[in-house]
Design a protein around this ligand. Structure first.
Ligand code: OAD
Length: 435
């Protein structure tokens, strides 16, 4: 079979020869997974369907007067009556200020992972993790050997349980967006840290944890749940600490046995690679992407499908804003140079969020968070500095915007496991796997 690739990914068109369809299909899947291209995007492209991309030449009636060139422009649009529906897609960068590392930065979880510290059962396992550290979060590996996954997650399971990390200004922005405007359609977060739980202005239906969360534990084989307290105690007592910080941790790991089926496969309800996202994701996305006016993407490499598919599934008229350390998403059609609807604000989330909230006139609403010490220290300092600056200059967007004076309630910090939880339907094993 001969195939000419007409790709939009800056690759030189080539003619490949494959022995059969299956081999071709396998290669396409591999290439797509490697580039983080969602399969439905790929399928739509191959079938010539509308992917909302801007290589479609039909004129678009944008709801904003001119292309966004600053966060001030974004704020102006957000406040306008033309902007009614806002979607947010968040990733690990949103929580970095709280002290949780991301995955793919040079100081992120994957780059700093020492494969030799993990309990592998064969040289092949260790080698695969060394070659691709995300393999320690792979469903197939977990069913074969659950220990690398538990060891990598030990610190997070216990840290989240102990409320070691605080919601950041980025989380507070999402909360303010809902409290002040009611325009938030949904926060889709790839994070499993549950820091949104610390924002009482966000209801459970306002957000979807697309890669699951650490606030429940269950057996990956039979689905039986394990009370969170019991699971955390077992993690503490049975899983070794690869960070070397807990002197009471055991020196060898043993798996956590399911009391229902006896299988050594109990894990937090996080989504592993090659397993499916919560059904809720697939149920909500089709409606949520309809008529979105503004998509805000925060702190993600957009590397992982299908969460990243939101970027191309929103309508062509939707303004798309990325707040991140580096520009990402070209493989999904984001184009910050030539596309009038795409805007990239480069930098760390916290100062960018402060700037955006300043432009929206919401900074004063955050003052109670200083009193209650609800923010990470560095974010607290940034906010204090910014408030002082605004007060000193007398030049504050707060007055100009006529911002509402709704104050968000202070944190009602409760230990995890005592909170109302998002209903996360059981995973399925269809084509909707995370890649
Ligand atoms: P990544 O680590 O892939 O990407 C984080 C992005 O945030 C990178 O582009 C960073 O440059 C940027 N970043 C880091 N710190 C930042 C900061 N303070 N301010 C602004 N930007 C910052 O994390 P995700 O995209 O969330 O999935 O990763 C997606 C998924 O891959 C995760 O949910 C996880 C992972 O493997 C599973 O485990 C299934």
């Amino acid at each position: 079979m001969h195939v000419t690739s007409h790709n939009r990914y800056s690759l030189t068109p080539k003619t490949f020869t494959f022995s059969d369809d299956e081999e071709l299909f396998r290669r396409i899947l591999q290439a797509a997974a490697l580039k983080g291209i969602p399969l439905d995007y790929l399928q739509a492209h191959l079938l010539g369907q509308d992917t909302h991309q801007d290589d479609n030449t039909e004129a678009v009636d944008y709801p904003f007067a001119s292309p966004p060139q600053s966060l001030q422009d974004v704020a102006t649009f957000l406040k306008s009556s033309q902007c009614q529906k806002v979607l947010i897609l968040a990733g690990a960068g949103m929580s970095v200020a709280s002290g949780i590392p991301d995955f793919r930065s040079s100081n992120g979880l994957y780059a700093t992972l020492d494969a030799s510290a993990l309990t592998t059962t064969s040289m092949e396992q260790e080698e695969r993790i060394r070659m691709d550290p995300s393999y320690c979060l792979d469903q197939h590996l977990f069913m074969e050997n659950p220990l690398p996954c538990l060891e990598v997650n030990r610190e997070f399971v216990l840290g989240i349980r102990n409320r070691q990390w605080k919601a950041t200004l980025a989380h507070r922005f999402v909360e303010q967006l809902q409290v002040q405007t009611g325009k938030l359609c949904r926060l889709y977060t790839q994070n499993i840290d549950g820091l949104e739980d610390q924002c009482p202005g966000l209801s459970h239906s306002d957000r979807i944890a697309v890669h699951g969360s650490m606030d429940e534990a269950a057996c990956a084989r039979c689905g039986a749940t394990m009370p969170l307290n019991e699971f955390c105690s077992k993690v503490k007592a049975q899983v070794k600490d690869i960070t070397g910080q807990d002197p009471n941790a055991p020196s060898n790991s043993t798996p956590i046995i399911c009391t229902t089926c006896g299988s050594p496969t109990v894990k937090p309800n996080i989504v592993l690679f090659r397993s499916s996202l919560p059904k809720q994701f697939f149920q909500k996305v089709p409606d949520d992407v309809q008529d979105v006016d503004l998509l805000i993407v925060i702190g993600t490499s957009l590397h992982v499908a299908p969460a990243n598919s939101l970027v191309w599934r929103v309508p062509r008229r939707c303004m798309r804003v990325l707040l991140n350390r580096e520009a990402v998403g070209w493989h999904l059609g984001l184009n910050f140079e030539d596309n009038p609807r795409d805007f990239f604000a480069q930098g760390d989330c916290e100062p960018l969020m402060l700037e955006l909230m300043h432009q929206l006139g919401w900074l004063n609403n955050l003052s109670p968070l200083l009193t209650s010490k609800a923010l990470p220290e560095s974010s607290c300092a940034l906010l204090q500095e910014r408030l002082a600056l605004s007060a000193g200059s007398g030049d504050t967007a707060e007055k100009a915007t006529g911002a509402s004076s709704h104050q968000i309630p202070l944190n009602s910090a409760q230990p995890l496991g005592h909170e109302q939880k998002v209903e996360l339907p059981k995973q399925t094993s269809d084509e909707t796997s995370v890649t």
